[in-house]
Design a protein around this ligand. Sequence first.
Ligand code: ADP
Length: 422
Amino acid sequence: MNKILLGCVADDFTGATDLASTLVKAGMRTVQLLGVPRPDMAVPDADCVIVALKSRSNPAPEAVAASLAALDWLRRAGAQQFYFKYCSTFDSTDKGNIGPVADALCDALGTDFTVFNPAFPTNKRTVYQGYLFVGDVLLSESSMRHHPLTPMTDASLVRVLGRQTPRKVGLVPHATVAKGAEAIRAAIAQLKRDGCGHAVLDAIGDADLLVLGEACADMRLVTGGSGMAMGLPANFVRQGLLTPGQAIRLPAVSGHAAVLAGSCSAATQGQVALMKQTHDAWEIDPVAIADGRDVAGEALAWAAPKLGDRPILIYSTGSPEQVSAVQSRLGREHAGALVEETLSKIAKGLVTRGVRRLVVAGGETSGAIVGALGVEGLQIGAEIDPGVPWTASLDEPRLALALKSGNFGTPDFFTKAFAKYG
Ligand code: ADP
């Protein structure tokens, strides 16, 4: 039976992919599972499994229950160390879910201590003296203070976490981190003697993250953004459990190619506009869907004779003016749901017609489409652009999927992606 080294629970889908990319770059063969795996699901042949939940904004008890169910599966898959992944802006409220989930995972694993570090220096998220910075401003002065679900109005992670947990929260400051792994371990031992159950860790650059990872080699549970995981694979190499520098290649996938865009973000608009100039493209009209027309059927009839190696594009992407006109007529949520449902039907129809290589633009759109396709898990491959790896579905028929968050990728992303599969 396969056994994994690192078992991760991520509180959202794109965050899980971000973590997966980080671990693949550090040499771990990584699989991302979508939702709590079936108890009888075979353990994939991988070094790391990430269970992607949608638990960031759920009521805390629901997030805890889903996280514990994921942990249970990962333990049975043989994981030696566990990781809880949340957003690099520590998205949470006083009710949770970061504190309650971390506490529950600690209890289940029988450990009385874990660490917290959302830093992601490449994306300008740094932690200094326990304060989280976004670019050159405090978290509480960034746009995150206006977030609709998890407004972050306090940049002190020690305080924010302290309101979410009964455990005492300490800090390992940058001055200690800069002294190296041994100093960090000594500081953690002191915090434990002082009665702390949690510690926020400072990190202002990738070198800090690597040394923090080293210091956490023996910790049963580590929590953080994707950055905090950077230093963990090297521990497994040092322990002789992971082959260094192994080439991570996805299985070959052959079949027709297509791009489905349901994002209206600025980057996707540019990508759609560029691809339309040189490739066959079909635009979805949300109002036609609302009027009861079989838009998915029409799109598939249009696509069928064009399918082949050269990707076609089907998109609902509109300008802000087009989107607000549609939303004022149909309502924001209804419009979104109609478009997601139609794109999902189209994705299923395309796969039935032999499409096996698919680029999808939009976070919600991607979630809806992989759900409709019944994809249970993804093997993670090389990055196409920062934050967007190629993936291969574990299930049959094997699909090559690139799931792009709306604002990611260069203008030629849709066409260059296909040449980069592997
Ligand atoms: P992003 O990653 O850019 O945020 P998402 O897929 O997460 O993209 O969200 C885009 C949302 O907008 C989806 O719910 C989608 O169905 C909806 N949508 C797409 N096209 C249109 C449109 N033309 N009018 C209104 N809503 C749309």
